[in-house]
Design a protein around this ligand. Structure first.
Ligand SMILES: Nc1ncnc2c1ncn2[C@@H]1O[C@H](COP(=O)(O)OP(=O)(O)OP(=O)(O)O)[C@@H](O)[C@H]1O
Ligand SMILES: [Mg+2]
Length: 278
Protein backbone atom coordinates (compact mmCIF):
# COMPACT_ATOMS: atom_id res chain seq x y z
CA UNK A 1 0.00 0.00 0.00
CA UNK A 2 1.27 3.45 -0.83
CA UNK A 3 0.48 6.62 1.04
CA UNK A 4 0.24 9.87 -0.81
CA UNK A 5 1.70 12.92 0.81
CA UNK A 6 -0.20 16.05 -0.23
CA UNK A 7 2.00 18.35 -2.28
CA UNK A 8 3.03 21.60 -0.69
CA UNK A 9 2.56 24.65 -2.89
CA UNK A 10 6.03 25.90 -2.03
CA UNK A 11 8.49 23.93 0.03
CA UNK A 12 10.72 26.83 0.92
CA UNK A 13 8.18 29.41 2.06
CA UNK A 14 6.00 28.54 5.04
CA UNK A 15 4.00 31.74 4.55
CA UNK A 16 3.40 33.01 1.05
CA UNK A 17 1.49 36.23 0.55
CA UNK A 18 0.45 37.38 -2.92
CA UNK A 19 -1.43 40.50 -3.93
CA UNK A 20 -2.77 41.14 -0.45
CA UNK A 21 -4.89 44.28 -0.50
CA UNK A 22 -6.50 45.40 2.75
CA UNK A 23 -8.55 48.53 3.27
CA UNK A 24 -9.48 49.37 6.88
CA UNK A 25 -11.60 52.36 7.84
CA UNK A 26 -11.09 53.76 4.33
CA UNK A 27 -7.29 53.52 4.57
CA UNK A 28 -5.34 51.21 2.27
CA UNK A 29 -3.15 49.29 4.72
CA UNK A 30 -1.80 46.77 2.17
CA UNK A 31 -1.60 47.51 -1.52
CA UNK A 32 -0.96 44.29 -3.47
CA UNK A 33 1.58 43.10 -0.90
CA UNK A 34 3.83 40.15 -1.84
CA UNK A 35 5.96 38.54 0.85
CA UNK A 36 7.47 35.11 1.57
CA UNK A 37 8.47 33.82 5.01
CA UNK A 38 11.04 31.03 4.65
CA UNK A 39 10.76 27.86 6.73
CA UNK A 40 12.97 27.37 9.76
CA UNK A 41 14.29 30.94 9.79
CA UNK A 42 13.75 34.05 11.90
CA UNK A 43 12.18 36.74 9.70
CA UNK A 44 11.79 40.29 11.00
CA UNK A 45 9.05 42.67 9.90
CA UNK A 46 9.80 46.34 10.44
CA UNK A 47 8.03 49.52 9.50
CA UNK A 48 6.62 52.76 10.82
CA UNK A 49 3.87 52.68 13.43
CA UNK A 50 0.45 52.11 11.89
CA UNK A 51 1.91 50.57 8.75
CA UNK A 52 0.11 47.26 9.29
CA UNK A 53 2.61 44.95 11.01
CA UNK A 54 0.12 43.67 13.60
CA UNK A 55 -2.52 43.44 10.87
CA UNK A 56 -0.13 41.32 8.80
CA UNK A 57 0.25 38.86 11.69
CA UNK A 58 -3.55 38.77 12.00
CA UNK A 59 -3.84 37.90 8.31
CA UNK A 60 -1.49 34.96 8.91
CA UNK A 61 -3.59 33.62 11.82
CA UNK A 62 -6.87 34.37 10.02
CA UNK A 63 -8.02 36.83 12.71
CA UNK A 64 -8.14 39.34 9.86
CA UNK A 65 -9.79 37.99 6.73
CA UNK A 66 -11.17 41.09 5.07
CA UNK A 67 -8.41 41.57 2.51
CA UNK A 68 -8.18 40.49 -1.12
CA UNK A 69 -5.38 38.23 -2.33
CA UNK A 70 -3.67 35.09 -1.13
CA UNK A 71 -2.30 34.36 2.34
CA UNK A 72 -0.95 30.82 2.25
CA UNK A 73 0.32 29.18 5.42
CA UNK A 74 1.86 25.76 4.87
CA UNK A 75 0.04 25.61 1.55
CA UNK A 76 -3.41 26.50 2.94
CA UNK A 77 -5.08 29.68 1.71
CA UNK A 78 -6.21 31.24 5.01
CA UNK A 79 -9.11 33.38 3.66
CA UNK A 80 -10.74 30.26 2.18
CA UNK A 81 -10.52 28.03 5.26
CA UNK A 82 -13.65 26.89 7.08
CA UNK A 83 -13.97 27.74 10.78
CA UNK A 84 -12.80 24.25 11.79
CA UNK A 85 -9.82 24.31 9.43
CA UNK A 86 -8.90 27.75 10.73
CA UNK A 87 -8.93 26.53 14.35
CA UNK A 88 -6.78 23.56 13.37
CA UNK A 89 -4.32 25.90 11.71
CA UNK A 90 -4.26 28.24 14.72
CA UNK A 91 -3.27 25.35 16.98
CA UNK A 92 -0.10 25.11 14.93
CA UNK A 93 0.72 28.79 15.36
CA UNK A 94 2.08 30.37 18.54
CA UNK A 95 1.36 34.06 19.01
CA UNK A 96 3.06 36.45 21.40
CA UNK A 97 0.81 39.48 21.59
CA UNK A 98 1.97 43.09 21.61
CA UNK A 99 1.46 43.02 25.42
CA UNK A 100 2.12 39.73 27.21
CA UNK A 101 -1.55 39.45 28.24
CA UNK A 102 -1.20 36.94 31.09
CA UNK A 103 -4.33 36.03 33.03
CA UNK A 104 -3.89 37.96 36.25
CA UNK A 105 -5.94 35.58 38.45
CA UNK A 106 -3.90 32.51 37.50
CA UNK A 107 -0.38 31.61 38.55
CA UNK A 108 2.42 31.03 36.03
CA UNK A 109 1.73 27.28 35.80
CA UNK A 110 -1.97 27.79 35.09
CA UNK A 111 -1.26 30.53 32.55
CA UNK A 112 0.86 28.12 30.53
CA UNK A 113 -1.60 25.26 31.08
CA UNK A 114 -4.57 27.39 29.99
CA UNK A 115 -4.56 26.62 26.23
CA UNK A 116 -4.12 22.91 26.97
CA UNK A 117 -7.10 22.91 29.33
CA UNK A 118 -9.16 24.92 26.82
CA UNK A 119 -8.45 22.84 23.75
CA UNK A 120 -7.60 19.32 24.94
CA UNK A 121 -8.76 16.72 27.44
CA UNK A 122 -5.25 15.60 28.32
CA UNK A 123 -4.79 13.91 31.71
CA UNK A 124 -3.37 16.10 34.48
CA UNK A 125 -0.07 14.24 34.58
CA UNK A 126 0.56 15.01 30.90
CA UNK A 127 -0.45 18.65 31.26
CA UNK A 128 1.99 18.96 34.16
CA UNK A 129 4.70 17.38 32.08
CA UNK A 130 4.17 19.68 29.09
CA UNK A 131 3.89 22.85 31.21
CA UNK A 132 7.05 22.11 33.18
CA UNK A 133 8.97 21.29 29.98
CA UNK A 134 7.94 24.61 28.43
CA UNK A 135 8.74 26.56 31.60
CA UNK A 136 12.13 24.83 31.74
CA UNK A 137 12.74 25.90 28.12
CA UNK A 138 12.26 29.57 29.06
CA UNK A 139 14.22 29.19 32.31
CA UNK A 140 11.25 29.73 34.64
CA UNK A 141 10.32 26.29 35.99
CA UNK A 142 11.17 27.64 39.43
CA UNK A 143 8.60 30.43 39.03
CA UNK A 144 5.63 28.11 38.34
CA UNK A 145 3.77 29.13 41.51
CA UNK A 146 4.22 32.90 41.16
CA UNK A 147 1.32 35.17 40.24
CA UNK A 148 1.69 37.54 37.24
CA UNK A 149 1.95 40.60 39.52
CA UNK A 150 5.02 38.99 41.12
CA UNK A 151 6.86 38.83 37.79
CA UNK A 152 9.15 41.37 36.17
CA UNK A 153 8.30 42.50 32.63
CA UNK A 154 10.94 40.21 31.16
CA UNK A 155 9.73 37.22 33.15
CA UNK A 156 6.12 37.87 32.07
CA UNK A 157 7.29 37.94 28.45
CA UNK A 158 9.02 34.57 28.93
CA UNK A 159 5.91 33.05 30.53
CA UNK A 160 3.86 34.27 27.56
CA UNK A 161 6.47 32.65 25.34
CA UNK A 162 6.17 29.34 27.22
CA UNK A 163 2.40 29.55 26.72
CA UNK A 164 2.84 30.28 23.00
CA UNK A 165 4.79 27.04 22.50
CA UNK A 166 2.58 24.59 24.46
CA UNK A 167 1.25 23.06 21.25
CA UNK A 168 4.72 22.77 19.68
CA UNK A 169 3.84 25.21 16.91
CA UNK A 170 5.34 25.11 13.42
CA UNK A 171 5.22 28.91 13.34
CA UNK A 172 5.56 31.51 16.06
CA UNK A 173 4.61 35.15 15.67
CA UNK A 174 6.15 37.74 17.99
CA UNK A 175 4.58 41.19 18.07
CA UNK A 176 7.08 43.61 19.62
CA UNK A 177 8.54 41.21 22.19
CA UNK A 178 11.28 43.60 23.36
CA UNK A 179 9.23 46.66 24.33
CA UNK A 180 9.93 47.87 27.87
CA UNK A 181 12.63 45.31 28.65
CA UNK A 182 15.95 46.25 30.22
CA UNK A 183 19.07 45.18 28.27
CA UNK A 184 19.48 41.95 30.28
CA UNK A 185 15.87 40.82 29.88
CA UNK A 186 15.96 41.87 26.25
CA UNK A 187 18.99 39.69 25.67
CA UNK A 188 17.35 36.75 27.41
CA UNK A 189 14.23 37.01 25.22
CA UNK A 190 16.44 37.48 22.16
CA UNK A 191 18.45 34.33 22.87
CA UNK A 192 15.25 32.44 23.60
CA UNK A 193 13.72 33.37 20.24
CA UNK A 194 16.81 32.08 18.45
CA UNK A 195 17.15 28.94 20.57
CA UNK A 196 13.48 27.98 20.23
CA UNK A 197 13.69 28.57 16.50
CA UNK A 198 16.74 26.38 16.10
CA UNK A 199 16.14 23.60 18.63
CA UNK A 200 12.42 23.11 18.01
CA UNK A 201 12.69 23.71 14.25
CA UNK A 202 10.11 26.50 14.43
CA UNK A 203 9.68 29.24 11.83
CA UNK A 204 9.67 32.63 13.55
CA UNK A 205 8.22 35.96 12.50
CA UNK A 206 9.25 38.90 14.58
CA UNK A 207 7.78 42.39 14.52
CA UNK A 208 10.13 44.79 16.27
CA UNK A 209 11.64 48.26 16.08
CA UNK A 210 15.00 47.50 17.71
CA UNK A 211 17.46 47.18 14.82
CA UNK A 212 20.35 46.14 17.08
CA UNK A 213 18.30 43.22 18.42
CA UNK A 214 17.10 42.29 14.95
CA UNK A 215 20.68 42.23 13.69
CA UNK A 216 21.45 39.67 16.41
CA UNK A 217 18.49 37.39 15.90
CA UNK A 218 16.96 37.67 12.43
CA UNK A 219 18.06 35.99 9.21
CA UNK A 220 16.08 38.30 6.96
CA UNK A 221 14.22 41.59 7.35
CA UNK A 222 11.31 43.13 5.46
CA UNK A 223 10.68 46.86 5.74
CA UNK A 224 7.02 47.63 5.07
CA UNK A 225 5.65 51.08 4.32
CA UNK A 226 2.74 52.49 2.31
CA UNK A 227 1.21 49.05 1.90
CA UNK A 228 4.22 47.37 0.30
CA UNK A 229 7.63 45.89 1.00
CA UNK A 230 9.91 48.86 0.35
CA UNK A 231 13.19 47.17 1.31
CA UNK A 232 14.37 43.72 2.35
CA UNK A 233 17.58 41.88 3.00
CA UNK A 234 20.21 40.98 5.54
CA UNK A 235 19.48 42.87 8.78
CA UNK A 236 23.18 43.64 9.18
CA UNK A 237 23.33 45.64 5.95
CA UNK A 238 19.79 46.79 5.17
CA UNK A 239 20.18 50.12 6.97
CA UNK A 240 23.01 51.01 4.58
CA UNK A 241 21.26 50.20 1.30
CA UNK A 242 21.01 53.92 0.50
CA UNK A 243 17.28 54.01 -0.33
CA UNK A 244 15.19 56.95 0.92
CA UNK A 245 12.96 54.47 2.84
CA UNK A 246 15.74 52.94 4.87
CA UNK A 247 17.38 56.36 5.32
CA UNK A 248 14.18 57.76 6.81
CA UNK A 249 13.27 54.69 8.86
CA UNK A 250 16.65 53.75 10.29
CA UNK A 251 17.83 57.36 10.42
CA UNK A 252 14.69 58.22 12.38
CA UNK A 253 13.79 61.20 10.17
CA UNK A 254 10.34 62.54 11.08
CA UNK A 255 9.29 63.18 7.50
CA UNK A 256 10.26 61.58 4.20
CA UNK A 257 8.66 59.00 1.92
CA UNK A 258 6.57 58.04 4.98
CA UNK A 259 4.46 61.12 5.76
CA UNK A 260 4.18 62.38 9.34
CA UNK A 261 0.43 62.95 8.97
CA UNK A 262 -2.18 60.18 8.95
CA UNK A 263 -4.25 60.82 5.78
CA UNK A 264 -6.71 63.60 6.54
CA UNK A 265 -9.03 66.03 4.79
CA UNK A 266 -8.35 69.71 4.32
CA UNK A 267 -6.96 71.20 7.55
CA UNK A 268 -8.31 74.74 7.16
CA UNK A 269 -11.75 73.39 6.42
CA UNK A 270 -11.61 71.10 9.46
CA UNK A 271 -10.80 74.11 11.65
CA UNK A 272 -13.86 75.91 10.29
CA UNK A 273 -12.10 78.36 7.93
CA UNK A 274 -13.53 78.93 4.49
CA UNK A 275 -11.36 78.20 1.44
CA UNK A 276 -8.53 80.76 1.11
CA UNK A 277 -9.12 82.28 4.58
CA UNK A 278 -6.46 80.37 6.54
N1 LIG B 1 -9.70 46.13 13.24
C1 LIG B 1 -9.39 47.27 12.64
N2 LIG B 1 -10.36 48.07 12.14
C2 LIG B 1 -10.06 49.23 11.52
N3 LIG B 1 -8.80 49.68 11.34
C3 LIG B 1 -7.81 48.94 11.83
C4 LIG B 1 -8.03 47.69 12.50
N4 LIG B 1 -6.84 47.18 12.87
C5 LIG B 1 -5.91 48.05 12.44
N5 LIG B 1 -6.47 49.11 11.81
C6 LIG B 1 -5.76 50.22 11.15
O1 LIG B 1 -4.81 49.60 10.32
C7 LIG B 1 -3.58 50.32 10.32
C8 LIG B 1 -2.45 49.40 10.72
O2 LIG B 1 -2.57 49.04 12.09
P1 LIG B 1 -1.56 48.04 12.79
O3 LIG B 1 -2.01 47.88 14.19
O4 LIG B 1 -1.44 46.82 11.96
O5 LIG B 1 -0.20 48.86 12.71
P2 LIG B 1 1.26 48.48 13.26
O6 LIG B 1 2.18 48.55 12.11
O7 LIG B 1 1.19 47.21 14.01
O8 LIG B 1 1.56 49.73 14.22
P3 LIG B 1 2.39 49.78 15.63
O9 LIG B 1 3.86 49.78 15.24
O10 LIG B 1 1.97 51.10 16.19
O11 LIG B 1 1.97 48.60 16.46
C9 LIG B 1 -3.79 51.51 11.24
O12 LIG B 1 -4.10 52.62 10.42
C10 LIG B 1 -4.98 51.13 12.08
O13 LIG B 1 -5.73 52.28 12.40
MG1 LIG C 1 1.46 46.70 16.00
Amino acid sequence: MTTTVPAKSDDRALVRIRGLTTVLSGKTVFDALDLDIPRGKVTAIMGPSGTGKTTLLKHITGQMRSGRGEVRVDGLNVPELSRDQLFQLRERIGYLFQNSALLTDFDVFENVAFPLRQHTKLPEVLIRNIVLTKLQAVGLRGAAALMPNELSGGMARRVALARAIVFDPMLILYDEPFVGLDPIALNQVLKLIRTLNDTLGITSVLVAHELAAIKEVADHVFLIANGKVVAQGDPKTIADDGSPWTRQFFGGEADGPVPFQYPAGDYAQALGFKQGEA
